[in-house]
Design a protein around this ligand. Structure first.
Ligand SMILES: NC(=O)c1ccc[n+]([C@@H]2O[C@H](COP(=O)([O-])OP(=O)(O)OC[C@H]3O[C@@H](n4cnc5c(N)ncnc54)[C@H](O)[C@@H]3O)[C@@H](O)[C@H]2O)c1
Ligand SMILES: N[C@@H](CCC=O)C(=O)O
Length: 522
């Protein structure tokens, strides 16, 4: 590669306005195109080899369970081992590719993804059950991650100029950020493009090679991204695509002596397991594995009596039910000061009752949840909720040939109730009453998680105290607790929400590098 893209200042990818008929039509056309391509087979990528296995993951549309999205080959341990060998070998050449050249592959990928934006969103919508806006936001975030990390790698490679070391006579000192080695990338299904792309690209642009094991419910959209990277000419073996069972392939690679780092986003249970397994050294291992683990949340919105109550109610509903509550940032709790409790709850219930369930491709506000396991778990939690609070909206299954659940609201829930403490990861909102704003903040802080939170108030002294005392990685004032933007709201949580890696922030790439100091006598 010789000619480089001119690098403009980073800016977020704009969202599509689906109120405009032309944009709605463009998305519908993309859905029709993608539907014509459903049911294909997809291979593993191990270096330059495309491997087809007999065992397959069948990916289905959660909103219409008779529709197969695709059949994806499935890696086992011998194939994972083969991919590890290729990734190790490729690392020896990839780590020597200059940072600017590595970034160039990302700029090309971002341009191509932007040109095919609705196609990516349409496939994601069919495979994961997102509506138009949610899918569009996910694709925009994927583009943002690519653009942002490409620029970040360039910045990091020039850091000697931007952050010079203190000078002493007789020495020339330099600090450079070099890659780690082979990493295992394990994304979740709920941001099946953005998080998969962000985690993979951060590792790769930093000079590492990776084994990408996508979530088993959304492997086809992950494949589309891997195929895009092949199209832009990323050398074979830099990204090895190995869908497979988390327990089988995941555990194998987590405990592998040559695994240098594991970048995981998913549930607390799996994150803690990876952290534990990775901490044990095995014969042949000469490093401490680095684990980046972004996990679950029990996020909440606190409303005091001085707040704009209508804005608070709208934010509660958007945060609780966007993508059916299947976001780590979902506001699954609301804690409201008693003097305005009834008024806010009344508005929340009215707004929730307006959310209609139906097929994502017809752009209903409320779509399906991801699979049978989630569906059963969420319905079980709804039954728990019926004994822990007052059912105010929803409360069971919704119509449709898929995993549809009514947006559900429980009121008068105690802070210690299971539905106030445990991540449900579905369209279930628990509301609690607090005697005053201080008690409300204390209730917000009383969980093992600490990912996102919002505080609604117009009182500056309280806002100032909330900024200090609400303990979470992403705290928002007078707005919803979902929707972090790359480069604007670096994202990651405290406590059992993970390692607070701050994806989309200026520290993120440091997690995929090690700093080397060289000192030369002159
Ligand atoms: N903090 C964040 O930034 C963030 C972002 C998105 C989702 N999440 C969390 O992710 C969860 C939902 O996603 P999910 O259902 O895909 O989570 P999950 O933990 O079930 O799975 C995540 C990934 O881990 C893999 N996996 C499963 N067992 C494994 C093992 N033993 N070893 C290695 N990998 C294994 C899965 O196949 C998948 O690819 C929620 O808890 C949500 O809050 C967190
Ligand atoms: N970054 C996303 C959440 C990612 C997890 O699911 C948000 O801010 O809403």
């Amino acid at each position: 590669m010789t000619t480089f893209t001119k690098v403009s200042p980073y800016a977020n990818e704009p969202f599509t306005d689906f109120n405009l008929e032309e944009n709605k039509k463009a998305m519908q056309a993309a859905i029709s195109k993608v539907k014509n391509e459903l049911g294909r087979e997809y291979p593993l990528y191990i270096g330059a080899e495309k491997v087809t296995t007999e065992a397959k993951i069948t990916s289905i549309n959660p909103g219409n369970v008779d529709e197969v999205i695709g059949y994806v080959s499935k890696a086992d341990q011998p194939l994972a081992e083969k991919a590890m060998g290729v990734a190790l070998e490729t690392f020896e050449t990839w780590k020597k590719v200059p940072a600017r050249e590595r970034a160039e592959y990302l700029f090309k990928a971002a341009a191509l993804m932007r040109a095919r934006k609705h196609e990516f969103s349409a496939l994601m919508l069919l495979e994961s059950g997102k509506n138009y806006v949610e899918a569009d936001v996910d694709t925009a975030e994927a583009i943002d991650f690519i653009e942002f990390y490409a620029r970040e790698m360039i910045r990091l490679s020039e850091i000697n100029e931007t952050q010079p070391l203190a000078k002493i006579p007789g020495e020339n000192n330099q600090l450079t950020y070099i890659p780690l080695g082979v990493g295992v990338i394990i994304p979740p299904w709920n941001f099946p493009l953005a998080i998969c792309v962000g985690m993979t690209m951060a590792a790769v642009v930093s000079g590492n090679t990776v084994l990408l094991k996508p979530a088993s419910t959304t492997p086809v959209i992950a494949h589309k991204f891997v195929a895009l990277m092949e199209e832009v000419g990323l050398p074979a073996g830099v990204i090895n695509f190995i869908p497979g069972s988390g327990a089988e392939v995941g555990d194998y690679l987590t405990t592998h002596p040559k695994t240098r780092f594991i970048s995981f986003t998913g549930s607390k249970e799996v994150g803690l397991r990876i952290n534990k397994l990775a901490a044990d050294t095995v014969p042949g291992q000469i490093w401490i594995k680095r684990v980046i683990a972004e996990m679950g949340g029990k996020d909440g919105i606190v409303v005091d009596e001085t707040a704009d109550l209508s804005a608070a109610a709208a934010a509660i509903v958007a945060s609780a039910f966007g993508f059916q509550g299947q976001k780590c940032s979902a506001g699954s709790r609301a804690i409201i000061v008693e003097s305005v409790y009834d008024e806010v709850v009344e508005q929340v219930v009215a707004l929730t009752n307006q959310l209609q369930s139906g097929l994502p491709e017809l752009n209903y506000a409320a779509g399906p949840v991801i699979d049978q396991t989630s569906y059963d778990r969420i319905l079980d939690y709804i039954e728990v909720g019926k004994s822990e609070g007052t059912l105010l909206a929803g409360g069971g299954k919704a119509e449709g040939n898929g995993y549809y659940i009514q947006p559900t609201v429980f009121g008068d829930v105690s802070g210690k109730a299971r539905i106030m403490q445990e991540e449900i990861f579905g369209p279930v909102l628990a509301i609690a009453k607090a005697k005053d704003w201080k008690e409300a903040i204390a209730m917000y802080n009383d969980t093992e998680f600490g990912l996102t939170g919002s505080y609604f108030s117009t009182n500056e002294d309280r806002i100032s105290e909330a900024l200090d005392t609400v303990h979470c990685g992403n705290l928002y004032i007078n707005r919803k607790c979902t929707g972090a933007l790359v480069g604007v709201h670096p994202f990651g949580g405290f406590n059992m929400s993970g390692t607070d890696s701050k994806a989309g922030g200026y520290d993120y790439l440091l997690l995929f590098t090690q700093a080397k100091l060289t000192s030369r006598k002159v």
